[in-house]
Design a protein around this ligand. Structure first.
Ligand code: ATP
Ligand code: MG
Ligand code: MN
Length: 470
């Protein structure tokens, strides 16, 4: 099986080999020559590659060559595959233009380089230079399967999304072990303030720039500005209680959530181990069961992509009954959040949006699913105090459950290219709340995650290979 093979051999390497069953060896030994490999391919998925990459007697021992009638007949099979597969947009490749057609494991052999490029990206993003930020983000998302050195850097320039400018930065990194521009960015006071400000939940680059422009520089400045002292998070919990459902679905995060984000910023900066993600999921589902039976859920986000530690928890919830499930899920978001809040598990609601009818023209980037962005804290037990965690709850009708799971599994770049692929290659629109055919707005209802990929004519990519971002 492909999955088993991939535990030992990278798929991109496997594709350059002939992987056969032991029978090939026996039959070759019996017939005294290397037989064509195609029909011995160990993996159906690699039939073509195995046939194509089969070693022949010539490549192994040129002294023994000499065609005879039997090799000729065998050769017929290899003949049709002797030419390398055309560089088309089908098939997973590490140099594919779309991130949703590349394998991106969690661990990257060029981590140091990628971290430097991420500083450039961050700087552009903070300054509102979105196109530049995106091109660095794209460069980061292209996996080069080996550590880049001066010997193979020429191959890097052939990769998609690596233009001249980025190539020269990579060159600089290879030569000097760092990129000089990164050094000056890191030393820049404005950059430091903007980075600090945007670590606060609820503050994005443009708010951060406005705060900076009004003279604020440090967390202390922000605390004064928003009238928050770091130790008052319980008070904020209280003041937020009458207001907690008021968050506007259109204006994004309200002022209140910046206050909460600021008061809890140190707790939010602590990453969440997998075991606690699971514990929080269990606690949520436990309450969900009491208000609605027959629900299903998936922990999405970085957890699903195999990350050891997450910054938040993303849970997609639906109902197993395809017929009545839609109605069962409607309004459930607010109901569950209220229950979790009453139980003291959810301490703050940063944003709560209700279901909007699926809109094929979808002009906003928000999907139409019900969702709540909340703050969650496990009850303390055995003297162990838990910290506040960010918890996103997403509710999907059964027919769009799998698109929601795909949409919330990420990573960001993977999702971006999935949408682009759907639009440019498939004439469809993809987002978490559904797949639509563009010309007649026909909706598709995939019954599994695999079906989402099939509908979009994408090859299956395991969630753990969707880590296209840093
Ligand atoms: P971590 O939480 O550890 O930082 P993550 O990949 O889980 O990593 P999130 O910000 O939780 O990051 O987002 C998870 C995925 O959910 C993203 O990849 C994105 O595609 C999707 N997502 C996040 N916010 C929204 C949103 N408002 N609407 C639609 N999809 C979203
Ligand atoms: Mg997450
Ligand atoms: Mn999230």
């Amino acid at each position: 099986m492909r999955k088993r093979l991939e535990r030992h051999v990278d798929w991109n390497i496997a594709r350059r080999k002939a992987i056969v069953t032991p029978q090939w060896l026996r039959d070759s030994a019996d017939s005294g020559q290397l037989l064509p490999c195609g029909k011995y391919a160990a993996l159906g998925d690699l039939y073509q590659e195995t046939a194509q990459n089969c070693p022949d007697d010539n490549t192994l021992d040129s002294s023994k060559k000499g065609p005879d009638s039997s090799t000729e007949s065998h050769d017929e099979e290899t003949q049709s595959f002797t030419h390398p597969a055309p560089k088309s947009d089908t098939g997973i490749r590490h140099d594919h233009r779309y991130a949703c057609m590349r394998y991106a494991p969690l661990i990257c052999p060029n981590q140091g380089l990628v971290e430097q490029i991420a500083i450039l990206r961050r700087d552009r993003e903070l300054e509102g230079l979105d196109m530049q930020a995106l091109s660095y983000e794209r460069a980061i998302s292209v996996p080069f399967p080996f550590p880049i050195t001066s010997d193979n850097i020429h191959e890097v320039s052939e990769l998609p999304h690596i233009g001249k400018k980025i190539h020269s930065k990579i060159q600089e990194y290879i030569e000097h072990g760092e990129i000089s521009e990164c050094k000056s960015i890191l030393n820049d006071a404005r950059y430091q303030s903007l980075v600090d400000f945007t670590t606060v939940y609820g503050i994005g680059p443009s708010t951060a720039r406005n705060l900076y422009a009004s003279g604020l520089r440090t967390f202390e400045d922000l605390e004064k500005h928003y009238d928050v002292s770091p130790r008052t998070n319980d008070e904020i919990g209280q003041t937020s209680s009458p207001d907690y459902l008021k968050a506007s679905p259109t204006t994004g995060l309200p002022q209140l959530s910046i206050k909460v984000g600021l008061a809890l910023r140190e707790e939010f900066s602590l990453q969440i181990p997998r075991s606690e993600v699971e514990e929080i999921h269990d606690a949520v589902i436990n309450e969900l069961k009491r208000i609605r039976s027959g629900c299903v859920s998936t922990i999405a986000g970085g957890y699903r992509r195999g990350k050891d530690k997450s910054n938040d928890i993303d849970i997609v919830i639906s109902h197993k009954d395809l017929k009545s499930g839609g109605d069962q899920v409607k309004g459930l978001c607010a109901e569950l959040v209220k229950r979790l809040y009453d139980k003291g598990l959810v301490t703050h609601v940063m944003h709560l949006s209700s279901f909007r009818e699926h809109n094929a023209l979808r002009t906003s980037h928000w999907d139409s699913l019900e969702k709540a962005l909340t703050v969650f804290k496990l009850p303390h037990k055995k003297g162990q105090e838990h910290v506040h965690r960010r918890l996103d709850l997403i509710f999907a009708a059964p027919e769009v459950y799998w698109t929601a799971v795909v949409g919330w599994t990420g990573s960001r770049m993977f999702e971006r290219d999935l949408k682009l692929w759907a639009k440019q290659e498939e004439e469809k629109k993809f987002d978490s709340s559904g797949i639509t055919r563009r010309h007649d707005s026909k909706l598709y209802f995939p019954k599994s995650e695999q079906e989402v990929f099939e509908l979009l004519h994408l090859e299956w990519i395991d969630p753990t290979l969707r880590n296209a971002d840093l």
